[in-house]
Ligand binder design. Sequence first.
Ligand SMILES: Cc1ncc(C[n+]2csc(CCOP(=O)(O)OP(=O)(O)O)c2C)c(N)n1
Ligand SMILES: [Mg+2]
Length: 367
Amino acid sequence: MQHTDMLPRDSAVRLIDQDGQVVADEHYAMPDAQTLLRAYRGLVEGRRINDQAGALVRQGRLAVYPSSHGQEACQVGAALALGDADWLFPTYRDSVAVIGRGVSPADALVLLKGDWHSGYDVKEHRVAPQATPLATQLLHAVGFAYAAKKRGEDTVVLALCGDGATSEGDFHEAMNFAAVFHVPVVFLVQNNEYAISVPLSRQTAAPSLAHKAIGYGMPGQRVDGNDVAAVLAVLGEAVDRARSGGGPSLVEAHTYRMQAHTNADDDTRYREREEVRAWIERDPLTRLRAHLTASGVLDESVEQEYAAGAEDIATAMRAALNTDAELDPEDLFRFVTETRSPQREEQWRMLRDEIARTPAESMGGHR
Ligand SMILES: Cc1ncc(C[n+]2csc(CCOP(=O)(O)OP(=O)(O)O)c2C)c(N)n1
Ligand SMILES: [Mg+2]
């Protein structure tokens, strides 16, 4: 590959504009109508999942929820860009992408409820646990993809991270290793303009995050992260490249976190409401709805069917999370390590004694 081909475009790739109009592109093709409809359904369900999870936090049923409200085009694009045998390495904000890969919402949210380490079977769904320490999953993803390559498998790995995570040393190490060893991995950076309160301008002086790719020797591309058609086209090309032995790519999707970082954050302290309102105008859902309605693919009955499906998911989430888990405090000692030091055994005995001394009614039904 010519080194100039590694540089991203001057502006983000876009196939559908904010009014739903098609933007002609000489390189990236518009996904077919069926794919766009599937993506639209994913956006409708993703929005409902985000907002239901937010409500469950307010009801005390989830400990915390980092919402991807506004970033659903990236979430759905990531889930749909992969083949069945491929792997996704997500972050805490990527619950909708995890669910898009087939994990049930109830299982995906167990971690954020605080019940258990990861509520889904990573091998069954080929989705790594959602990582909270920034950028650590990128190294796991690269190592995993390197192993797949060594075994002669044609697995592609899609690794997600945020704009802030690109400042971590792990990001650099993952990018460098992936490029040097020509690993079948695609990095998708969701640039939502903030790392909690820190804006992108404090994160990098590069022309864009996608420009970092050439420094490692891999192609970079920037895409409008609120245009699911463009996200699918750009990720699709990068996935194909990885699968056919062309090595890694870096995709920067420019989007926006429309809500606070999590329920524990107050975003009015660091950004103007005017800025948030401007991004609400660029909602990924309304854009695709306008496009599909104008092209006659989406009508009222399909719209109602998708809304009803999303409502069923929300109902199932409420049912699952409104049920109290039966937890045994001793599981901490049973499952965290296979063997235990004498000190750990002593701590376990202390816990057991404490439980024995605690009146049954204050154990919340766990004894
Ligand atoms: C190694 C590490 N340092 C700091 C944190 C605390 N932290 C959690 S989220 C976050 C901001 C990350 O921003 P970004 O990568 O842009 O992702 P976003 O939350 O915007 O999706 C920080 C600093 C962490 N989780 N891990
Ligand atoms: Mg961010």
